[in-house]
Design a protein around this ligand. Structure first.
Ligand SMILES: CC(C)(COP(=O)(O)OP(=O)(O)OC[C@H]1O[C@@H](n2cnc3c(N)ncnc32)[C@H](O)[C@@H]1OP(=O)(O)O)[C@@H](O)C(=O)NCCC(=O)NCCS
Length: 468
C-alpha cells in the first residue's frame, strides 16, 4: 500500500463514521419554534452574552498558546487568536458547522420537495442559532430572501457598464460595495443608534445582502456569457438555490440539487481563512456589512484561496490538452512533477489547517459517483486523487498533500454545462456570504472591539528576543 493510502485518503465509509465523532453536536440547544429568525436571535443573544461574560470573568487570563518568531513570519499559522462561533475546523476531520459535520448536515437539514441535499437556508439558520431548523423555518427564510431580493438601479447600471475584461470577482465585489447605499447599519450608526442595537441592523443588512447576491451574480454571468440577456425574475415560491440556478439559465433539477449542496458546503470554514478573517477585520472598524463582505470577496478572489477552483480547471484543461483523453498514471506523474519543478503549486491540493482529505471534496466526490460516474473529467479528477498525494509527499514541502474543496467543484459544474471557469469563484462567494455574515452578526451581538494586533519590525523583534 502506498504511503498516501495509509496516511489520509478518506473513503466514503470512513467519512460516515465521523458522524457523532469528535465534536458531537449533542451540546446543541433546544429548538425554537418561531419561524422568525430575528426573534429567535433576540432570545439567544442575551444568553450567549451572559455565558461569555461569566467565562471571561473566570478564565479571562488563562493562556491558550504561545507565539514564536516563526509564526509571526509564517502567516500567523497556528496562532490561536480569534473567536468564531459559527464553525470549527479540525485538522483531521474537517469542518463542523455548529458541531455538525457535513454528512450530519446532509442527514438533518431540511431539503427541497423531492430533493436530497440540504437547503443553504437551513445551514444559515444553523450557523446563526446553533439549532437545526424545521422545514417551516427554512421556508420562512426562502420567502424572506425572495422578498428582499431587489437590486438598486445604480448597481444594475454599474454592472451593465463594466467592460467584459473585468474579472467576474471584481465585478461582484464592486457591486456589493456599491450596495452600501442601502445599508441600514451605516444609516443607523450615523443617526447615533445605541451600541446594543448594532447587531439588529447588521442582521437586517446581512439578510438584505444575502437575498440580493444571486441576482447580482446572475447579472454578471449573463452580461459576460449570455449576451447581456437579463436574468428571469425571482419565483417567490422557490428556494434561494433554485432561483439562482434559474437566473443563471439552468433548470435541470439535478443541477439545482448540486447548487444546494455547493452553496451549503462553501459557506463557512471557521474564522482564520482569508475571506472570513477579512470580513471580520473590516467589520471590526464598524464598516457596514456591505463594505465588510466586499473586503472578504477581494480576499476570496486570490488564487491561493477561492480562485483555486478556477485554477484547478485551468490546470486540468491544460493537462488534458497536453496529454489527451485517457492518461496513464505515469504520464500524469510527469506532468505533475513538471508543474512543481516550474515553481507552481498543484491547485486544489494542500491546506493551511486541514491534514486529511477535505470532507467538502468527499461529498462532491460522492455526488459525482452517484450522478456522473462515467464522466471523463470526473475520472481524471479521481485519477489525480490517486496520484497527486504521493508526489506531494515525495516532494516533502506541502504539509497537507490531500485535496481540498476546490479540487472537485469545477468538474461538477462543467458536467452540467456551467463551463465558464472564470465565474466559479463568484458562486463560492455567494455561498461564503452565509458563513461570514452570520459571524458578523455575532461579532456585533457580542460587542467585539476593533481588531488591532501588535506588529514589530525585524530590528525590534530581534531586540525583543535578545538576538544579536
Ligand atoms: C492552501 C495553501 C495556500 C496553504 O498554504 P500553506 O499553509 O502555506 O501550506 P504549507 O505550509 O503546506 O506550505 C509549505 C510549502 O509547500 C508548498 N505547497 C503547499 N501546497 C502545495 C501544492 N498544492 N502544490 C505545491 N506546493 C505546495 C507551499 O507553497 C510551501 O512552499 P514554500 O515553502 O516554497 O513556500 C497551499 O497548500 C496551496 O497553495 N495550495 C494550492 C492552492 C489551493 O488549492 N488553494 C485552495 C485552498 S482551500
Amino acid at each position: 500500500m502506498s504511503r498516501a493510502k495509509t496516511l489520509g485518503r478518506i473513503t466514503g465509509t470512513a467519512l460516515k463514521l465521523h458522524k457523532g465523532g469528535l465534536l458531537s453536536a449533542s451540546h446543541c440547544r433546544h429548538v425554537s419554534s418561531s419561524t422568525n429568525l430575528k426573534d429567535v436571535m433576540e432570545k439567544l443573544i442575551p444568553e450567549k452574552q451572559k455565558e461569555i461574560v461569566e467565562f471571561r470573568k473566570k478564565h479571562g487570563s488563562s493562556k491558550v498558546g504561545e507565539v514564536t518568531v516563526d509564526m509571526m513570519y509564517g502567516g500567523m499559522r497556528g496562532i490561536r487568536g480569534l473567536v468564531t462561533e459559527t464553525s470549527v475546523l479540525d485538522p483531521d476531520e474537517g469542518i463542523r458547522f455548529r458541531g455538525y459535520s457535513i454528512p450530519e448536515c446532509q442527514e438533518k437539514l431540511p431539503t427541497a420537495p423531492g430533493g436530497e441535499e440540504p437547503l443553504p437556508e437551513g445551514l444559515f439558520w444553523l450557523l446563526l442559532t446553533g439549532e437545526i431548523p424545521s422545514k417551516e423555518q427554512v421556508d420562512a427564510i426562502s420567502k424572506e430572501w425572495n422578498e428582499r431580493a431587489e437590486i438598486p438601479n445604480h448597481v444594475i447600471t454599474m454592472l451593465n457598464n463594466f467592460p467584459s475584461k473585468l474579472h467576474p470577482m471584481s465585478q461582484f465585489s464592486a457591486a456589493i460595495c456599491a450596495m452600501n447605499s442601502e445599508s441600514k447599519f451605516a444609516k443607523g450608526y450615523s443617526e447615533g443608534i445605541h451600541k446594543s442595537k448594532y447587531w439588529e441592523l447588521c442582521y437586517e443588512d446581512s439578510m438584505d445582502l444575502i437575498a440580493k447576491l444571486p441576482t447580482i451574480a446572475a447579472i454578471i454571468y449573463r452580461n459576460l456569457y449570455r449576451e447581456g440577456n437579463p436574468p428571469d425574475s425571482i419565483d417567490n415560491k422557490k428556494d434561494w438555490s433554485w432561483n439562482y440556478a434559474s437566473m443563471l439559465g439552468f433548470e435541470d433539477p439535478q443541477f439545482v440539487e448540486l447548487m444546494r449542496l455547493y452553496l451549503a458546503i462553501h459557506t463557512d470554514h471557521e474564522g482564520g481563512n482569508v475571506s472570513a478573517h477579512a470580513t471580520h477585520l473590516v467589520g471590526s472598524a464598524l464598516s457596514d456589512p456591505y463594505l465588510s463582505f466586499s473586503a472578504g470577496m477581494n480576499g476570496l478572489a486570490g488564487p491561493l484561496h477561492g480562485l483555486a477552483n478556477q485554477e484547478v480547471l485551468v490546470w486540468t484543461t491544460k493537462l488534458q490538452e497536453a496529454l489527451g483523453g485517457e492518461v496513464s498514471d505515469e504520464h500524469l506523474r510527469d506532468y505533475i512533477w513538471n508543474t512543481l519543478k516550474s515553481g507552481q503549486v498543484v491547485p486544489g491540493y494542500g491546506h493551511a489547517v486541514l491534514r486529511k482529505t477535505d470532507p467538502r471534496y468527499m461529498c462532491q466526490r460522492e455526488f459525482a459517483l452517484k450522478h456522473l460516474p462515467n464522466d471523463p473529467l470526473f475520472k481524471l479528477v479521481a485519477q489525480l486523487y490517486k496520484v497527486v498525494p504521493d508526489i506531494l509527499i515525495e516532494q516533502g514541502k506541502a504539509k497537507n498533500p490531500w485535496p481540498n474543496v476546490d479540487a472537485h467543484s469545477g468538474v461538477l459544474l462543467q458536467y452540467y454545462g456551467l463551463r465558464e471557469m472564470n465565474y466559479y469563484t463568484v458562486m463560492f462567494g455567494v455561498s461564503r456570504a452565509l458563513g461570514v455574515l452570520a459571524s458578523l452578526v455575532w461579532d456585533r451581538a457580542l460587542g467585539l472591539p476593533i481588531e488591532r494586533p501588535k506588529s514589530f519590525d525585524t530590528p525590534s523583534l530581534k531586540k525583543l528576543v535578545g538576538a544579536s
